[in-house]
Design a protein around this ligand. Structure first.
Ligand code: HEM
Length: 428
């Protein structure tokens, strides 16, 4: 199952875990914020609540989990040597946490000073992280499209953070920049150039391995990343040229390649020989179905401008992207990675192999599938709340509950690791 992984350089278990364990609680905060703000939050993408929620998920949930996963994935899957992972993680993670809370507070309380205060912390945390990771990704002798996708993704993160910082300073100091266009460019680099690029690159490697599917076809892995990058660059031209009449020529191909990635992943799952229905596979299915719905509804909004003109249409797309695609895919990945890391690190303690419990004992299967069902309910309620604002509070509470359950499952798994570790040490 783990034939193409090498664990010699794996970082200490605390490195990925310090990121994984905080991520779900940002989802809880997002849910509580939504329940507290009620029906106003989804009126348009520009409400203080919508901007705060966006970054609670983008930076608190997604970025924390993705940084933790990269610390683990780079040495293990692409043989990259990350410099002093423990030191870097111990510095980056708290800085990122602080920066995220400042930014979110700045949005929520409409205090541009707080947005600006967050910027140096982001630049320090993510500048350091990007440098260390980029060095590891460039120096590795490995080859392949997963590696290239990861290199492009880390570049995408750098662009997102720089544009986000510029936006924050522009709002704080009233700089003369085109805020709306800059935000539109920042968000496609954040969601496309960073998050989707990384998800796709990691999928090439882990979907066949964890979900026992055939590999992605070569034509797809060769073209998806470069084409996505090209379309993001074309989209960014709107900062310099008036492309309003041509934007369809970029938006529709962008949505088309999303559908190809999602459709292909679902097809690979459907045609695999052994049908496993564990939480990871199901979560990936939810993520890919959400991506297909996002692509279809996005295309409908472009082709029928009267539909797309409703300010709630972008909120609908945002919920599909954040809660439907990325929170689902990341939760599914954590349910695979965490039990495996427990098992791996217990095995390395040097006790008798029979003392190391099976991976299935790390998080009970029913707890994972129960949590997944609650998450799906949360996504459905969030989407419904866009058009039926009366449902907003219920949607927020359901999101908070499902993220708390995810966090609890991960904490339980770490507790089990500690228990087994102490038993093995005592026996040795
Ligand atoms: C790394 C992942 C990130 C993602 C995925 C992301 C995503 C987004 C999205 C989707 C929006 C548009 C929100 C809306 O239309 O409701 C946005 C706006 C914005 N983001 Fe980010 N963001 C990220 C990081 C950052 C960072 C690090 C900063 C600050 C340093 C930042 C600052 C901003 C600002 C100031 C706005 C514009 C708010 C406005 O125009 O009123 N973002 N971001």
């Amino acid at each position: 199952m783990h034939a193409s992984l090498s664990f010699d350089q794996a970082p200490p278990i605390s490195v990925p875990y310090r990121f994984f364990l905080v991520a779900p609680w940002f989802g809880v905060m997002a849910g509580i914020l939504l329940a507290w703000s009620g029906s106003d939050a989804f009126v348009s993408r520009w409400t203080p609540e919508a901007l705060a929620l966006t970054h609670l998920i983008a930076l608190g949930f997604m970025l924390q989990a993705m940084c933790g996963a990269l610390f683990q994935f780079i040495p293990v899957a692409v043989g990259g040597n990350v410099w002093r992972p423990k030191l870097v993680a111990n510095t980056v993670q708290p800085l990122l946490l602080l920066a995220t809370l400042l930014l979110v507070a700045g949005f929520l309380f409409s205090r541009p000073g707080l947005l600006s205060a967050a910027v140096p912390f982001f630049l320090l945390a993510l500048g350091g992280f990007v440098m260390v990771v980029a060095l590891a990704l460039w120096r590795t002798p490995a080859t392949g499209m997963t590696l290239w996708a990861m290199r492009m993704a880390i570049g995408g993160l750098a662009v997102t953070v720089l544009l986000g910082s510029l936006l924050a300073e522009a709002l704080a100091y009233g700089l003369a920049v085109p805020i709306v266009e800059l935000t539109n460019v920042h968000l496609v680099w954040g969601l496309g150039g960073w998050a989707l690029m990384l998800l796709a690159g990691v999928s090439y490697h882990v979907v066949p391995m964890f979900q026992l599917t055939k590999p992605y076809p070569l034509w797809f892995t060769r073209w998806f990343g470069p084409l996505l990058l090209l379309l993001l660059l074309a989209w960014s031209l709107r900062l310099f040229l008036d492309l309003s009449r041509w934007s369809m020529l970029v938006t529709l191909p962008l949505l088309a390649i999303l559908s190809v990635y999602a459709g292909l992943t679902l097809w690979l799952q459907y045609t695999r020989r052994r049908k496993i229905h564990d939480a990871t596979s199901l979560y990936f299915r939810v993520a890919m179905v959400s991506m297909l719905i996002l692509a279809i509804s996005g295309a409908a909004f472009v082709l029928w401008p009267a539909l797309g003109a409703d300010p709630r249409s972008v909120v609908w797309l945002g919920i599909l992207a954040f809660a439907g695609v990325f929170v689902s895919a990341i939760s599914g990945m954590m349910y695979k990675i965490v039990p495996f890391l427990n098992w791996l690190h217990l095995q390395r303690l040097g006790g008798p192999i029979s003392a190391v419990p099976n991976m299935k004992k790390m998080i009970p299967a029913e707890a994972m599938t129960g949590q997944l069902r609650l998450h799906v309910l949360a996504v459905v309620l969030l989407l419904a709340a866009v058009w039926q604002p009366g449902l907003t509070r219920l949607a927020g509470l359901t999101l908070a509950a499902s993220c708390a359950w995810l966090g609890w499952n991960l904490v339980g798994s770490v507790r089990r690791y500690q228990g087994f570790r102490d038993q093995i040490r005592a026996a040795a």
